[in-house]
Design a protein around this ligand. Structure first.
Ligand code: NIG
Ligand code: FE
Length: 400
């Protein structure tokens, strides 16, 4: 039982509203929400394990549906050059590819563990993780095996995505590498190491035509589809995601009105990643246009060693409110229920009977303070399937 909840906030299971309940309890049974309601209607506490959250704000565990969280090496020099005006190029991805090829599975595991636990401490309980820094069969499988082990060992759920088509590897032509990726797909599928397939569909990386070939083969193999679409240029990525029935289309900084309409018709979830334009000093995705079109906008960090080192969904929610004109209510729905939908998951992202008891407790008086206290240490508890997996401590002299 969780008691002492000052505010419980949750998206509706269906519908556009964020529901806010004050002074309530949640009963958990076998990792799922069993009941919730006003404190005075709570069942007797005797004999139950009780967590009193002392007036905190409780929300669904945050879902991060787009990351590149397992990699080796760092790229601070490239980052600092970009801060002084240099443009982003594919050279950065290749630097990480070289580091990943040289790294052992153990090293990749340790790096991934570090960043994923950091994400857990900031309230994220489900994370999509892409390969894409191997760019050959052996190293793509190596990354996907590490993601599988991390998923088994850490108290958060990882959703694995095959991103063999992230960039052209050094010394390979585009048609040669296209054939190589197509040959990887059945092997990745039969190893059972990926649920989704993604392509970096962008002029200079993979064209719409090439992306269509790769994603169609993935779909035929039984993988669900995602797409890095219309990030730097409007190249028809959103339209391709709609045509292929992708679960999500991600980035969309340069999506056209036509692209937005197609996503809506096809039921594709737009995943917006404001940490990337923030880092790259670029324009943000037209979030208000998408909301006006009735699209269920989702949010993610895009955490990766090149274009966005932000791995906190709370930070992303704040950026969304400050930079994309979304309300804090819209941003919270986007980071929970809609983010889960971007991973084709219906069992989380909402606090309702039957859903997973993945919960975050924030040390705030009101959820309306979430984007206001940007960068503060707000997370008091994280629960995964009903278990407390993180509790904030104020050691020694720092106690307040
Ligand atoms: O989502 N856009 C493509 N891939 C990443 C960047 C990866 C990197 O630079 O290492 C992204 O921004
Ligand atoms: Fe990405």
């Amino acid at each position: 039982m969780i008691t002492g909840i000052g505010q419980l906030i949750t998206p509706q299971v269906q519908g556009p509203e964020l529901v806010v309940l004050e002074d309530c309890y949640i009963r958990i049974n076998e990792g799922r929400i069993a009941a919730l309601g006003p404190l005075e209607e709570a069942p007797p506490l005797r004999g139950r394990k009780v967590l009193d959250v002392e007036g905190g704000v409780v929300l669904p565990g945050l879902v991060d549906p787009h990351t590149h969280a397992v990699f080796a090496g760092t790229r601070e020099e490239e980052f600092l050059r970009r801060c002084r005006g240099e443009r982003y190029t594919s050279g950065g991805i290749r630097a990480t590819v070289a580091a990943v090829r040289a790294a052992s599975e153990e090293e990749l595991y340790r790096n991934g563990r570090h960043f994923l636990l950091e994400m857990l401490r900031s309230g994220t309980t489900t994370v999509e993780v892409k390969s894409g820094y191997g760019l050959d069969l052996e190293n793509e499988l190596k990354l996907l095996r590490v993601i599988k082990r991390l998923n088994e060992d850490l108290p958060l759920d990882l959703v694995p995505t095959f991103l063999g088509a992230h960039a052209l590897p050094e010394g390979k032509g585009s048609s040669e590498y296209l054939e190589e990726v197509l040959a990887m797909i059945p092997k990745v599928k039969s190893a059972g190491l990926a649920e989704f397939c993604d392509v970096f569909c962008e002029p200079g990386f993979f064209s719409v035509e090439e992306s269509r070939k790769i994603l169609s083969a993935c779909r035929a193999a039984g993988l669900k589809l995602k797409l890095h679409a219309d990030e730097f240029q409007n190249s028809g990525g959103a339209e391709l995601a709609a045509e292929l029935g992708a679960v999500s289309a991600d980035h969309l900084l340069k999506v056209s009105d036509e692209g937005i309409a197609r996503l809506r018709e096809a039921g594709v979830i737009p995943v917006l990643l404001p940490g990337t334009p923030f880092t790259l000093n670029a324009e943000y995705a037209p979030a208000r246009k998408m909301l006006a079109a009735g699209l269920p906008v989702a949010l993610a960090t895009d955490f990766n060693p090149g274009t966005c080192l932000i791995n906190s969904m709370l930070f992303i929610i704040a950026l969304t409110v400050m930079k994309m004109g979304m309300t804090v209510e819209e941003a919270l729905i986007a980071a929970t229920r809609n983010a889960a939908r971007a991973l084709a998951l219906e069992d989380r992202g909402v606090i309702a009977p039957g859903k997973l008891a993945d919960l975050v407790v924030l040390d705030l008086k009101s959820y309306r303070q979430i984007s206001y206290f940007l960068g503060h240490d707000l997370v008091k508890y994280v629960l995964k399937r009903g278990e407390v997996v993180y509790a904030r401590a104020h050691p020694g002299l720092c106690q307040d």
